[in-house]
Design a binder for this molecule. Structure first.
Ligand code: PGA
Length: 303
């Protein structure tokens, strides 16, 4: 198949926008030039890659297959370019990081410290839940990901760098607040405000109770730790969150940690990327920095 990188780039942009006009704008080309590149690309492929329905264009089955390979090629080219740039200039370049919602409580501090050490590196930080992180790893979209318990079946390279204890939180005036060594059974009548089903914290909490054959009552569901903490403070129920989200509330005594047997649920934080991915030097530097310095930037409590 005789295709050019230019055609590949044009094809990738048209797929992303599903529009010849928008792809043309992005690439600073005329619309006919984009149509011509796609026509030649389809001729080289020997099959139509797009179909038009009304005013909209869609990928054909062949187009979808082609897109899968093109994205990987475009990604590798980008990577090659960045590696070469960095060989020329030491620690400079761009780092594309994605972190679990809960990890954001310390990720920005880590990034700030890293940025002070390597001022020529720029970053994008995506804060999202576990399900999205897994899809980003699958699609090879990020340089490095910070998350809890990577799934073993996904062929990932993982480095554990910190414990992540999950605790039960309550408002200070809760009837169980002053009890010592509560049993799990003591929580049976309590309502829990929980994270969304795709959250790592939620999955860990469900697994913990299921393994012990205990049902727990869930009330409202929320997509952020901040919302959970505020709801618990307002008396909507108990919550289970990472201690890394609690620094401020514990200091100001707006929330307390209940003393429950078998708690904390012990999770860990991992730096993760696809096993087959060659880490860019900036990503490599970030990984080393986190492995060596994480404990200086993450407050862990004596539990
Ligand atoms: P979450 O992830 O923010 O999606 O709950 C945290 C974790 O995996 O422990």
């Amino acid at each position: 198949m005789n295709i050019t990188f230019r055609q590949l780039k044009v094809f990738e942009a048209v797929v992303r926008h599903l529009s010849f006009t928008q792809a043309a704008q992005e690439l600073h080309l005329s619309q006919p030039a984009v149509s011509m590149q796609i026509k030649q690309f389809e001729e080289a492929a020997g099959l139509p890659l797009f179909e038009q329905v009304g005013k909209k264009i869609f990928l054909t089955h062949a187009g979808k297959e082609m897109h899968h390979y093109c994205r990987n090629i475009a990604f590798e080219l980008n990577e090659a370019q960045e590696v070469l740039e960095q060989l020329k200039g030491g620690h400079r370049g761009h780092l594309d990081i994605s972190v679990a919602t809960t990890a954001n409580y310390f990720a920005t501090r880590l990034l700030a410290a890293f940025a002070r050490k390597f001022p020529d590196i720029t970053f994008s930080l995506d804060v999202t839940n576990r399900a999205t992180l897994l899809s980003q790893l699958e699609q090879n979209e990020k340089d490095i990901v910070i998350m809890g318990r990577p799934p073993p079946e996904m062929n990932l390279e993982t480095h554990v760098f910190m414990e992540n204890p999950l605790v039960v939180i309550a408002p200070p005036n809760h009837p169980l607040a002053n009890n010592k060594s509560l049993d799990l059974a003591d929580l049976a009548n309590e309502l829990f405000v929980v994270r969304e089903p795709a959250s790592g914290t939620r999955i860990a909490m469900q697994r913990f109770f299921a393994e012990r054959g205990i049902e727990f009552k869930t009330g409202m569901e929320m997509t952020s730790n901040e919302a959970i903490k505020q709801s618990v403070e307002a008396g909507l129920g108990l919550g289970i969150v990472s201690v890394h989200t609690l620094e401020l509330e514990l200091e100001t005594r707006r929330l307390i940690i209940l003393d429950v047997n078998q708690f904390p649920i012990l999770r860990h934080w991992y730096l993760v990327h696809r096993h087959t991915k060659r880490l860019l030097p900036v990503a490599e530097a970030f990984r080393e920095f986190v492995m060596e310095n994480a404990d200086k930037f993450i407050t862990n409590l004596e539990l």
